[in-house]
Design a protein around this ligand. Structure first.
Ligand SMILES: Nc1ncnc2c1ncn2[C@@H]1O[C@H](COP(=O)(O)OP(=O)(O)O)[C@@H](O)[C@H]1O
Ligand SMILES: [Mg+2]
Length: 390
């Protein structure tokens, strides 16, 4: 949807953004994040041509934006900034309707749209449309800023630290509402912030900028799990994944080579295998590696005829997890079945292909990871800065 190709912007010969190449897909909310002065606003303003790059090109839908009429370009791009940019001498209605009126759209249609936009941003149209900006709280003004950006139904919305001046409660509310709005409308949104909590909450993808260059650009989960550099790991906060446990998935924490057996093996062989591998159950798979059943040590021992094939006695009904099941769901499942002493759950993919196994102890290892035993006090302490290994 939006493609930066080798974008550089220099002031007085000094680059503030250098050789940025970046592709933003349609319907994604991409967050540009980085320390103050790293070039976020500059990049954003290049998209709607408020800033002209020194070199490089930008394409929207394959069209070079510098070949386009700038008015047409901006008509398709909503823009929300921190200071709201609302005109103080105009009512909320006039502020929202300014561009549609300039476009000479049908009056009734414009009025109807204003009501819908107010509802979209959670403000009562009857109460607020005829007020002036100074009669609104900061949060309400910012909502109007968002409504105005959506007024012409643009494909692209640029947001430059829109919520940073708000109190934490309003900020949180607006972040949640934006995420909700975006899940319905699927606009292409480029959102600038310096707040990683905000980024993680709303972003599909995060682009971390460092001194005018891209330090990493990827989906939030991927950056958390595989930071490209120490800078990125520091910037994310090494243990941040623990504040978003839904990003920790079965495939990240499972035992990838659980002890298995074929269905024709005798019970005696299975018992031997369990002893050798020091496990208390075996997963029974067919030749294609698909899961057929489970045999536990207890079940094996209670069988009289140890020469019988395992498929005659194995358990065939049991829970399985998909590789993408997150740790919160896994814990819930384990808890629900704790009465039945469900100590391990196989992870299977398509056609019940065995991918791995989650055991109570593999879960415990994961959960205790950001904690270390403190030698002095002999207690488990939360260890900042410990690298996340998954
Ligand atoms: N008109 C300008 N003239 C000179 N330097 C500028 C100008 N605009 C921005 N800069 C510099 O470019 C750098 C990047 O600015 P900006 O994109 O606004 O950063 P950010 O939004 O990430 O805080 C900063 O060091 C800033 O001082
Ligand atoms: Mg800025």
């Amino acid at each position: 949807m939006i493609r930066f190709e080798g974008i550089t912007k220099k002031y007085d010969g000094k680059p503030v953004v250098s050789d940025i190449t970046l592709e933003i897909s349609r319907g994604d909310l991409v967050v540009l994040i980085g320390q103050s002065g790293c070039g976020k606003t500059t990049l954003l303003k290049i998209i709607n041509r408020l800033i002209k790059p020194t070199s490089g090109r930008v394409f929207i839908q394959g069209e070079n934006i510098f070949d386009k009429n700038v008015i047409d370009l901006r008509r398709n791009i909503g823009y929300v900034i921190q200071q709201t940019g609302l005109f103080p001498h105009m009512t909320v209605r006039e502020n929202i309707e300014i561009v549609p009126r300039l476009q000479k759209k049908n009056r009734a249609a414009i009025a109807e749209k204003s009501i819908a936009l107010m509802q979209m941003v959670g403000l009562n149209p009857e109460l607020f449309l005829d007020r002036y900006p100074y009669q609104l709280s900061g949060g309400q003004q910012q909502r109007i800023g968002v409504a105005r950006a959506f007024a012409c139904d643009p494909d692209i919305i640029l947001m430059d630290e829109p919520f940073s001046a708000l109190d934490p409660i309003s900020r949180n509310q607006l972040q949640e509402e934006l995420a909700e709005l975006q899940s319905r409308l699927r606009k292409t949104i480029v959102f600038v912030t310096h707040d990683m909590d905000e980024a993680v909450k709303i972003a599909d993808k995060i682009c971390i900028l460092h001194q005018g260059r891209i330090a990493q650009y990827d989906r939030v989960e991927a950056i958390m799990k595989n930071p490209a550099s120490d800078f990125v790991a520091e910037f994310m906060g090494r243990n941040r994944i623990w504040s978003s446990p839904e990003f920790i998935r079965a495939k990240d924490i499972m035992i990838a080579d659980p002890a298995c057996t074929g269905a024709d093996a005798s019970i005696l062989r299975c018992m031997e295998k369990m002893r050798l591998r020091q496990v208390d159950s075996l997963l029974v798979t067919d030749k294609a590696g698909c899961l057929q059943g489970i045999i536990s040590a207890k079940q094996a021992q209670s069988q009289g005829d140890k020469s019988a094939p395992v498929f005659q006695v194995m358990q065939k009904e049991f829970e399985t997890l998909s590789p993408d099941t997150n740790i919160v769901e896994i814990l819930t499942l384990m808890n629900r079945h704790s009465a039945k002493a469900l100590s391990a759950i196989p992870v299977t993919g398509e056609n019940r292909r065995l991918e791995g196994l989650i055991t109570r102890s593999s879960l415990l290892t994961t959960l205790s990871q950001p904690y270390l035993l403190d030698g002095d006090t002999n207690t488990m302490v939360y260890k900042e800065g410990l690298p996340c290994t998954f």
